[in-house]
Design a protein around this ligand. Structure first.
Ligand code: ADP
Ligand code: MG
Length: 650
């Protein structure tokens, strides 16, 4: 005699209950041959479903042996059991357990996706099965749009999708009206005639009478096992045409399925998904904008500096910035500037004296910074005039009473509308000077842009305005062919010789530039790390909502496991959802950051945010990483669910 298809020996199933164990199945010995149609009957709570779940490899016996088609299942891994469910079993549940957000056709296709049937063959077979069950015109209907009897037919088609050698039906008519119930039983009998082995659970005697063999359970033990009809020899079962895809293709199909399900899940909770994303959006947007802001200000500062000429060295009295005594050091003289101008490594030299003075034009008085400078000052500093002219060497030599004013001063003294400015005489303290030029508004981020500045020849400033003989600073423009550091050393040497001691210090813009770059970097790093914390918090939010999502869809997970989804398939689905949420959040975050940049430039400010591709790409990598990191735990929880417990969850 050939081996029975299903063979249980001494199978027990215990559940922990309170202190001890509750034995739900006791010493079940049962053989079922291929082609039989068996009904399991018994009162509620007698263990019918438990036995059915063990036969269907959804559950394992606590003790005893279960051989399916000659293979011992006791020691099998979860994925091997999933393989058995996929290839041999088809489940029909009392409550149909169709996935609500897929239509009839897609529901029927699911088992074949996990089995790796190629797409076209899959759709053809699903359509043919639904057609055979009289559902040809309901392919695109969602379960909610179908009657109970129709839903049960869809679930029968699903059970047959991978062949369904053994069909397990737990109270298949329990939720149906009499007519639909009869219809379903007729289908099951026809399937049995085609060679499918049918095992059905029912507490309804009339339903059980359809079977060839009736097994009665009481308190977890078989009390009666009788054959009502001898089954004929099983007709050869026509298997689904084996048009399996190549492995990579099957993998890909399962990925697409998981992706699709993740999208559906997100779409069915749009607001929740958006709120979950918010943390990620804010985090990514702030990282990207801060980096762009840092880069924007860095480039701007560099541009300002290079407009002033990076190749300049300034000499100041005192030991260093902030030296309290520097105001009393009076040794930096115009003669030093003259000496420097003679040096071969020097292009131009301009001395600077400054003093705060009251300017007066007719009845208007304002306080302004008066800068006494050389005629080359404007060239060294890269400043340009909007109107008028610069003073010349002759004017400097003769302490000319000529003044160049900036836009702020012009507005303060002459008012907004005045076009009669050049040639007017204003009072600098007690000295009248003629306005000969107006500087362009400088778009610099240095200094106070609201301050008033005017420039006069330094000889005028020293002789007529302040009476002081020493300079505030000397700015040297180094010849183009000479390095500023080399020039700096020579300047220090020359001036130390002249003064007999080093009572001055030099600063070159290159050093300032380096300091500024370092500062910007530190700031960017600091703010970015704060933004990273926001990302982390966002990630925790994602994890939280994914855990909720897994709980909500426990039953769906159970159904997928019953039709043969592997551990990895379930895991993949939830991981993809977490990653998608984060990635979409990242996308919106980058969009938001770009929007901020556009708003800033639209607002008329000439300040620019400069976005780097690297920052944007790493923002995406970062959000994917967060998705993986924080999606892992919920996804693993989902994959580790016990199929029976998952299915039982309402
Ligand atoms: P039937 O399907 O015949 O109505 P079941 O097989 O569902 O009965 O359940 C048999 C017994 O096992 C019941 O008394 C039930 O309380 C118990 N049982 C089922 N599942 C569990 C479980 N997960 N934990 C504890 N007891 C359970
Ligand atoms: Mg039951």
């Amino acid at each position: 005699m050939d081996t029975p298809l299903i063979e249980l020996k001494g199978v027990c199933r215990d559940y922990p209950s309170g202190e001890g164990m509750l034995t739900v199945l006791q010493d079940i010995d049962l053989c079922i041959n291929a082609g039989e149609m068996v009904a399991i009957v018994g009162t509620s709570g007698s263990g019918k479903s438990t036995l059915m779940n063990i036969i269907g490899c959804l559950d394992r016996p606590s003790r005893g042996s279960y051989r399916m088609d000659g293979q011992e299942t006791g020691q099998m891994e979860p994925d091997e059991l999933a393989y058995l469910r996929r290839e041999h079993f088809g489940f029909i549940f009392q409550r149909y357990h169709l996935l609500a957000n897929l239509n009839a056709l897609a529901n029927v296709e699911i088992p074949a996706i996990y089995a790796g049937l190629d797409r076209k063959a899959r759709q053809q077979r699903a359509t043919a099965l639904l057609d055979r069950l009289g559902m040809a015109d309901r392919l695109a209907h969602a379960p909610g749009q179908l009657s109970g009897g129709q839903q049960q037919r869809v679930s029968i088609a699903r059970a047959l999708m991978n062949g369904g050698t053994v069909i397990l039906a737990d109270e298949p008519t329990g939720a149906l009206d009499t007519a639909s119930g009869k219809e379903v039983m007729k289908i099951l009998r026809e399937l049995n005639a085609d060679g499918h082995t049918i095992i059905l659970v029912s507490h309804d005697r009339q339903v059980a009478e359809h079977a060839n063999r009736i097994i009665e359970l009481r308190d977890g033990a078989i009390i009666k096992d009788r054959r009502t009809r001898e089954p004929g020899p099983p007709p050869p079962l026509l298997h689904a045409a084996a048009s399996a895809s190549p492995p990579w293709r099957a993998q890909w199909d399962r990925f697409v399925e998981a992706f699709h399900m993740a999208l559906l899940a997100m779409a069915s909770h749009r607001l929740r998904t958006l709120l979950t994303m918010l943390g990620i959006i804010i985090g990514i947007a702030s990282v990207v904008s801060v980096v762009a802001l840092g880069e924007g200000s860095r480039q701007r500062i560099l541009r300002d500096i290079s407009s002033m000429g990076t190749n300049t060295v300034s000499v100041y009295p005192g030991k260093d910035w902030g030296d309290m005594r520097s105001g009393r050091v009076r040794t930096l003289l115009p003669r030093d500037a003259d000496a420097l101008a003679m040096q071969p490594y020097v292009d131009t030299v301009t001395p600077l004296v400054t003093k705060s003075l009251t300017l007066q034009y007719r009845s208007i008085s304002v306080t302004a910074q008066v800068n006494g400078v050389g005629e080359t000052y404007f060239r060294v500093r890269g400043m340009e005039l909007a109107e008028g002219r610069l003073f010349d060497r002759e004017s400097v030599r003769a302490s000319g009473q000529e003044v160049i004013i900036d836009q702020n001063t012009r507005r303060a003294l002459f008012g907004e509308a005045s076009d009669k400015t050049l040639g007017e005489v204003i009072m600098l303290g007690k000295v009248p000077c003629r306005v000969i030029g107006i500087t362009k508004k400088k778009d610099t981020s240095f200094g106070d842009t609201d301050s008033l500045n005017v420039w006069v020849p330094y000889t005028t400033a020293m002789g007529r305005l302040t009476g002081q003989q020493y300079l505030r600073s000397i700015t040297v423009r180094v010849a183009d062919s000479v390095q500023s550091t080399v020039a700096e050393q020579s300047i220090v040497k020359l001036l130390t010789q002249r003064h007999g001691t080093k009572d001055f210090f030099v600063s070159n813009l290159d050093a300032i530039r380096q300091t500024i770059e370092k500062t910007t970097q530190t700031m960017t790093l600091l703010i970015s790390s704060i933004a990273l914390i926001s990302l982390l918090v966002g990630g925790i939010g994602v994890m939280n909502i994914m855990l909720v999502s897994v709980t909500e869809r426990t039953q769906e997970i159970g159904v997928r496991m019953a039709v043969g989804a592997r551990h990895g398939d379930i895991m993949q689905q939830f991981l993809i959802e977490a990653i998608l949420v984060c990635l979409l959040g990242g996308l919106l975050g980058v969009g938001l950051a770009l929007g901020v940049g556009a708003a800033v430039s639209l607002s008329g400010s000439d300040f620019k945010l400069i976005y780097s591709t690297a920052a944007i790409i790493s923002a995406f990598l970062c959000s994917t990483g967060i998705g993986i990191l924080f999606g892992f735990l919920p996804a693993r929880n989902a994959a580790r669910l016990d199929p029976v417990a998952a299915l039982a969850r309402e």
